[in-house]
Design a protein around this ligand. Structure first.
Ligand SMILES: Cc1cc2nc3c(=O)[nH]c(=O)nc-3n(C[C@H](O)[C@H](O)[C@H](O)COP(=O)(O)OP(=O)(O)OC[C@H]3O[C@@H](n4cnc5c(N)ncnc54)[C@H](O)[C@@H]3O)c2cc1C
Length: 380
C-alpha cells in the first residue's frame, strides 16, 4: 500500500479544511442544537464538488478516487458529523450504485444532477420489520404494463425529508427471497410517495431521519435500477462502499475528541498542575491516538483495494467495525478527560459522544459486521 498522497489529494484536503474551518465548524453546534438541516453548507459542498467525489467528471462528479473521499469525509466529520453523513449518503449510497448499475439514460437523468449536488439522494432499504435482516423486506413493487406500483414503508432513512431521489428496495417476486428484491429510483413528488414520521434522535441531529411511505406509488419501468431481482445484491455491494464512509466518519469524530482532549488537558489545572501531567490522562491520550491511527489505516486499506477494483467486502467491514467501536471508546475517554465539564453542552465533547454512538448501528451493526467478516474468512 502506498502511503504518500498525490498533489490532487493534498489540494482537496486543503480546500476541505478551509471550508470546515471557515464555514462548517463554526456552525456545527448550533445546527445540532436546533436540529437544523445544513442547507447552506450542503450548497457550498456541492459547489466544491463534494457530492459526487468518486463519480467521473462526465457524469457530473469530481472524478477522484476513494482515498480522496476518505480524506474529505474525515475532515467533514471532524467538524460536523451530520453534514458528513448527508454528503456520505449522497456519494456512497446513491451516486455510486447509479454509476455502477444504472443505464446510460439513467446516469444522465439521475446521476448527473445528484453528483453535481443539484439534487440530493437517499437510500431506502430499512423497514420496520427488516433492519439487519435486510432480505426480509415487505415493500412490494408490482409490475404493470410499462410501470411498477410500489406499496410499503421504509424506516430510518437519512436525507429522506430533503431528498429529490430515493433509491428504494422492494420485493418484485415473493417466491425468490433475496433474489426477488429489486431496486428503483423514485422521485420526490411522485403521487403516492410521502414522508412520514420524522425521528427525534440522540446524535447527528442536523441530518434528517424519516419514514417514507409508498401507497400505490406508480413509477415508470425505466426507473428500475439494474435488472429485476438484482436489488439485494446492489444493496449489499453499495453498503460495502458505504461502510468505508462510516469508518472515516468515525475516525473524524474520534480525531475531534482527541484534539480537544489534548488542548483541554494542557489548560485544566488540578492539584497545582495541568491534568496532562498525570499519567492516567497521558495513557488515555496515547491510547486514543493509537486507536485512531489504526482505524485510519484500516479505512485507507479498504479504500485502496476498492480503487484497484480488488475485493474489499471484508476490509470495509473490518474498517467500519473497528473504527466505529474505536470512536465510541475515544469519545468516552475524551469526556472522561473533560470531567464534569464534558457532560455539559458548553463543551463539544458531549455532542461528539452522541454523534459517535450511531456509527456502530447504521450501515450494518457491529454484530452484522462480525457476521460479514466471519463469512468472508470462512469462504476460502
Ligand atoms: C441515524 C440512522 C440513520 C440510518 N440511515 C439509514 C438509511 O439512510 N437507509 C436505510 O435503509 N437505513 C438506515 N438506517 C437503518 C440502520 O441501517 C438500521 O437501524 C440497522 O441496520 C439495524 O437495524 P435495526 O435498527 O432494525 O436493528 P435490528 O436488526 O432489529 O437489530 C437489533 C439488535 O440485534 C442484533 N442482531 C440482529 N440480527 C442479528 C444476528 N443475525 N446476529 C447477531 N445479532 C443480530 C443487532 O446487531 C442489534 O444489536 C439508519 C439508522 C439510524 C439509527
Amino acid at each position: 500500500m502506498n502511503f504518500s498522497f498525490t498533489d490532487e489529494h493534498r489540494l482537496l484536503l486543503g480546500v476541505v479544511r478551509e471550508f470546515v474551518h471557515k464555514e462548517l465548524g463554526p456552525v456545527a453546534a448550533r445546527l445540532d442544537k436546533e436540529a437544523r438541516f445544513p442547507e447552506e453548507q450542503i450548497r457550498k459542498a456541492s459547489e466544491m464538488g463534494l457530492m459526487g467525489i468518486m463519480i467521473p467528471v462526465q457524469y457530473g462528479g469530481s472524478g477522484m478516487d476513494t482515498i480522496s473521499y476518505v480524506l474529505a469525509m474525515e475532515e467533514l466529520s471532524r467538524a460536523c458529523a451530520s453534514t458528513a453523513i448527508i454528503i456520505s449518503v449522497n456519494n456512497s449510497l446513491v451516486c455510486e450504485p447509479i454509476f455502477r448499475f444504472g443505464s446510460e439514460e439513467q446516469k444522465h437523468r439521475f446521476l448527473i444532477p445528484l453528483a453535481r449536488g443539484e439534487k440530493l439522494g437517499c437510500f431506502a432499504l430499512t423497514e420496520p420489520q427488516a433492519g439487519s435482516d435486510a432480505a426480509g423486506l415487505k415493500t412490494t413493487a408490482v409490475k404493470k404494463i410499462g410501470r411498477y406500483v410500489l406499496n410499503g414503508t421504509k424506516l430510518f432513512i437519512t436525507n429522506g425529508a430533503h431528498a429529490d431521489v430515493a433509491i428504494v428496495f422492494a420485493v418484485t417476486d415473493v417466491t425468490k427471497g433475496a433474489h426477488g428484491i429489486s431496486a428503483f429510483m423514485v422521485e420526490k413528488g411522485t403521487p403516492g410517495f410521502s414522508v412520514g414520521k420524522v425521528e427525534e434522535k440522540m446524535g447527528l441531529r442536523a441530518s434528517d431521519l424519516v419514514e417514507l411511505n409508498f401507497q400505490d406509488c406508480t413509477i415508470p419501468e425505466e426507473n428500475l435500477l439494474g435488472k429485476e431481482g438484482d436489488g439485494f445484491g446492489i444493496a449489499m455491494i453499495t453498503l460495502d462502499g458505504g461502510r468505508i464512509g462510516v469508518a472515516t466518519q468515525s475516525v473524524g469524530i474520534a480525531r475531534a475528541c482527541l484534539e480537544e482532549a489534548l488542548r483541554y488537558s494542557k489548560e485544566r489545572f488540578q492539584f497545582g498542575q495541568p491534568i496532562s501531567g498525570f499519567q492516567a490522562i497521558r495513557f488515555m491520550l496515547a491510547d486514543m491516538s493509537m486507536e485512531i491511527e489504526a482505524a485510519r489505516l484500516l479505512t485507507f486499506r479498504a479504500a485502496y483495494l476498492k480503487d484497484r477494483g480488488l475485493p474489499y467486502t471484508k476490509e470495509a467491514s473490518q474498517a467500519k467495525l473497528f473504527a466505529s467501536e474505536m470512536a465510541n471508546r475515544v469519545a468516552f475517554k475524551a469526556l472522561q478527560i473533560f470531567g464534569g465539564y464534558g457532560y455539559t453542552t458548553d463543551f463539544p465533547v458531549e455532542k461528539w459522544y452522541r454523534d459517535a454512538r450511531v456509527t456502530t448501528l447504521y450501515e450494518g451493526t457491529s454484530e452484522i459486521q462480525r457476521l460479514v467478516i466471519a463469512r468472508e474468512l470462512l469462504r476460502t
